[in-house]
Design a protein around this ligand. Structure first.
Ligand code: C2O
Ligand code: CU
Length: 486
């Protein structure tokens, strides 16, 4: 295997392009191919919300849902039907709702032509229900499987396949999960907002998947909010409005902003913070969630946008764009006070083991084996110089806590995700974070180190950790944590 550093590679990539362009032309072509400019389809008149999944269980303390993975034409913008892979024909798939303590059953029928699974991103559940091929095989075309687990944490989660996840998620297989408990803040309105982007070609269908785009991750040319380009929302003026954001894009970082209007974060991936935090913008990396409250005043509308963000390799040159507008109409409602505090979070301080994870990227040149796909040439990503499926393997024991220093040795940011457990961030480039929270998906900026502590509270078994730029995970930036019962 011949490995080259990515910076070296950026120079050589032009050589892969056909024709007789000048070097500058090739660089341009390359750049455009990597981050396409956004297309504006105008505002969509479709319903804002993803449909909730119908609970078919008649028993209290149990919820049951039916999902079918199948192809469907989805109207991403008015009159623009795009062939996607969906759950129940919809993008996003139906929103699953449960209460803490509920037994959750999800029956999946695979009507796709390829194997698939469902991974329950962020939920703490038994390893054999995690939807990762290994503990049990993937679900073959025509087959069915019932996932079953107990909802243990209140928060916003999501579901997606864990087989060829870069392609399957990009094609539309994802949906949100909302788990509630007795401590929900009282609000005027509440919305689940699943963010994504797709790359449409000239025929206005999904552009073919290429190995060039895999290097920075596939960043699309149409921003999607609950499966629609630029949908509209109506809210009452006044009051307190809750938005549960999910980043389901394979690679795009959303840098959320309401322009001049500050907003309040009350929770991240795995539940609530100790108190609301006022911010002017918020970085939501692929896989991550944020629970946000907005005090709406007399303005006529609120526009959620994503600002440009430089996560390396030229991505900073792509401008942001509007995500959706909320028009404030009707009778003003009474102001609601922001909640003052939520439950205290115990810092994890008793660490049994420390580990270092070094993230690297390299290029496999033609004529060598990449171990992925059919392309002989393409980027490869590693953790501790090991490329999944020959990835890093850690072994540990349930009940202990671990500290992982994740060092990003590359020229771009990587969003790090761990299955099955929640963790706290204890330092970012040597600095203690300003607040405590529980996460499962966090950013590790280029050339920086983020240190996390993971209490291995429950659920022994084999768990994955990986970059949530899914093109990177599928090209090696993934490893395995074996947690023994004793
Ligand atoms: Cu949402 Cu292994 O990922
Ligand atoms: Cu990555």
């Amino acid at each position: 295997m011949r490995l080259l550093d990515i910076p070296t590679l950026l120079g050589t990539l032009g050589l892969l392009l056909p024709g007789c362009m000048s070097h500058e032309d090739m660089a341009m072509h390359d750049r455009e191919a990597v981050v396409p400019p956004l297309i504006d389809f105008g505002s969509s008149s479709a319903d804002f919300d993803a449909a909730p999944a119908e609970d078919t269980s008649a028993t209290v303390g149990e919820v049951s849902f039916e999902l079918e993975a199948r192809e469907a034409d989805v109207e991403l913008a008015d009159g623009k039907l795009v062939r996607l892979w969906t759950y129940n024909g919809a993008l996003p798939g139906p929103t699953l709702e449960a209460r803490v303590g509920d037994r959750v059953r999800v029956h999946l029928k695979n009507s796709l032509a390829v194997d698939t699974t469902i991974h329950w991103h962020g939920l703490r559940l038994p390893a054999e229900m995690d939807g990762v091929p290994g503990a049990r095989p993937a679900i073959a075309p025509g087959e069915e499987f019932t996932y079953e687990f107990t909802a243990t944490d209140a928060g916003t989660f999501w579901y997606h396949p864990h087989v060829s996840s870069d392609e399957q998620v990009e094609r539309g297989l994802y949906g949100a999960i909302v788990v509630r408990d007795a401590g929900e803040p009282s609000v005027t309105s509440e919305r689940v907002v699943v963010l994504d982007d797709v790359w449409l070609g000239e025929d206005e269908q999904l552009a073919p998947f290429s190995s060039t785009e895999a290097m920075i991750g596939r960043q699309g040319n149409v921003l999607l909010v609950n499966g629609r380009a630029n949908p509209q929302l109506e809210l009452s003026p006044g009051g307190l409005h809750r938005f549960r954001f999910v980043n389901a894009a394979t690679a795009r970082y959303f840098r959320l902003s309401l322009g001049e209007t500050p907003f309040h974060v009350v929770g991240f991936d795995n539940g609530r913070l100790e108190r609301p935090r006022q911010v002017e913008e918020l970085l939501l990396v692929p896989g991550a969630r944020a629970d946000v409250l907005v005090e709406s005043s007399a303005e006529a509308e609120l526009t959620w946008k994503t600002l440009g963000y430089d996560r390396g390799h030229g991505t900073g040159e792509a401008p942001g764009g509007d995500l959706f507008k909320a028009r404030l109409t009707g009778e003003p409602v009474e102001a609601l006070a922001l909640p003052e505090a939520f439950a205290a979070i115990e810092p994890v301080d008793d660490v049994a083991r420390t580990r270092e994870l070094v993230l690297r990227e390299s290029m496999v040149m033609a004529g060598s084996h990449s171990g992925h796909g059919s392309s002989a040439t393409g980027p490869t990503f590693s953790i501790n110089d090991k490329v999944f499926p020959q990835g890093e393997e850690f072994s540990t024991v349930i009940g202990e806590s671990e500290e992982w220093a994740i060092r990003n040795d590359t020229e771009m940011d990587h969003p790090f995700h761990l299955h099955g457990f929640r963790f706290q961030v204890v330092s970012e480039q040597g600095n203690a974070p300003a607040f405590l929270g529980y996460f499962d998906s966090i950013n590790v900026p280029a050339q920086q180190t983020t240190t996390i502590r993971i209490p291995l509270e429950a659920n022994p078994g084999t768990w994955m950790f990986h970059c949530h730029i899914l093109e990177h995970a599928e090209r090696g930036m993934m490893g395995t944590l074996h947690v023994a019962a004793e």
